[in-house]
Design a protein around this ligand. Structure first.
Ligand SMILES: [Mg+2]
Length: 369
């Protein structure tokens, strides 16, 4: 059974609440939905997630004009061959990994639908039915962050993740207040997003944060400071989780070899898809290390792909993943919802990625040229 078409469609997913950063305020997130069709009319769906930085239109056009003619004619299930073709297009820009992830996801979805098997079966079988998630606490006033922490704890999240790094006294005060407000059994992680630059300064802050129950520090220093990250890992009690430093398996290898990470936080989109994500997990496994999965944030299609990988990898960390970004969108393009119950994401079990495209939603959210 051959593939007869590959089409990438740019869409905007509207946020429930506008998202702000230092560049502005955003009401929607720019994505591409990839539809791969086979001779019998079956389809597979994937998602190109670009966060809110935009550019899906140009990336989709490139997939449609340059990639699709090379992929049409492949046998359904020829994932490795498809990836090898796309690797050629990804050689000069990591941004193309996002497009590769979207197309590759669609290839897995189509293969699963045709074989009647969920993607986690195609990856070797499901090791868990649910994936623990962090309860996310974005930056705000101390009061609002404490309030969100209490709400997430009440919803059943066992691990909370706070964004820190702007103002250290406020960070410490917030942590202290949150620690007092939630049960001791709930773990706390901080995400520094590379905001600190000195290893010694970072050590001083982490030592204080450990005192408030912080177990994991995500990307405390810029990703190129591998020696400093390795030093920090040796000289603090917290586990160092690498996020910004790891896109693909080459990045993972660099961090593992230099001893800069206790764990890796990978993204299906940044890695360039399901197959490359599995490579990162397996590479980390050789170093006896675990991984968690992040969120770009993908919508439900990308989140479903992340859930299948999480379900099938033996070294998914017992610490929580972040596959929850899809909850921030007011609308999406699948018929099915993804379930989060008591802080755990339920892994879809239907064939392929386990989600069905809502074609009316694609038309409604499509970016007009
Ligand atoms: Mg992060």
């Amino acid at each position: 059974m051959k593939i007869v078409s590959v089409e990438a469609i740019p869409i905007n997913l509207p946020f429930r609440e506008p998202v702000s950063d230092s560049w502005g305020k955003y009401h929607s997130s720019n994505h591409g939905i990839v539809i791969v069709r086979s001779e019998n009319g079956d389809y597979g769906a994937g998602e190109i997630a670009l966060a809110w930085f935009g550019g899906a239109h140009a990336l989709c056009q490139e997939v449609n004009e340059r990639w699709a003619p090379r992929l049409v004619g492949l046998e359904v299930g020829d994932i490795t061959r498809g990836c090898t073709i796309m690797d050629g297009f990804c050689a000069f820009s990591k941004r193309h990994l996002l497009a590769k992830a979207g197309v590759e996801m669609a290839l897995w979805d189509l293969w699963g639908k045709q074989t009647g098997l969920p993607v986690h079966r195609l990856l070797g079988g499901k090791l868990r039915n649910t994936v623990p998630l962090t309860g996310g606490i974005s930056m705000g006033t101390v009061e609002s962050m404490v309030e969100v922490a209490c709400r997430k704890a009440a919803e059943g999240y066992k691990e909370l993740k706070l964004k820190v790094g702007l103002e250290e006294q406020t960070d410490l005060e917030t942590l202290k207040r949150i620690r007092k407000a939630i049960p001791d059994s709930i773990r706390i992680r901080v995400d520094v997003n590379m905001a600190w630059t000195s290893a010694k300064h970072a050590k001083r802050l982490i030592d204080e944060m450990v005192h408030y129950g912080v177990q994991i520090v995500e990307q405390p220093l810029p990703s190129e400071q591998l020696k400093d990250l390795a030093w920090l890992r040796e000289h603090t009690e917290a586990l160092i989780l690498i996020d910004e430093g790891v896109w693909d398996a080459e990045d993972a290898k660099r961090h593992l070899e230099s001893g800069a990470a206790d764990m890796l936080h990978l993204y299906i989109s940044e890695a360039g898809g399901i197959r490359e994500s599995r490579r990162i997990f397996e590479l980390a496994g050789l170093y006896r290390q675990d991984c968690t999965i992040g969120s770009m944030p993908e919508g439900r299609i990308g989140a479903a792909a992340s859930a299948h990988v999480a379900a099938a990898m033996p070294n998914l960390s017992r610490h929580a993943s972040d596959i929850r970004g899809f909850t921030g969108y007011a609308e999406d393009v699948t018929v099915e919802e993804l379930l989060i119950i008591h802080g755990e994401l339920h892994v879809p079990d239907k064939p392929g990625l386990g989600v069905t495209v809502d074609w009316d939603q694609i038309e409604k959210l499509r970016v007009k040229p």
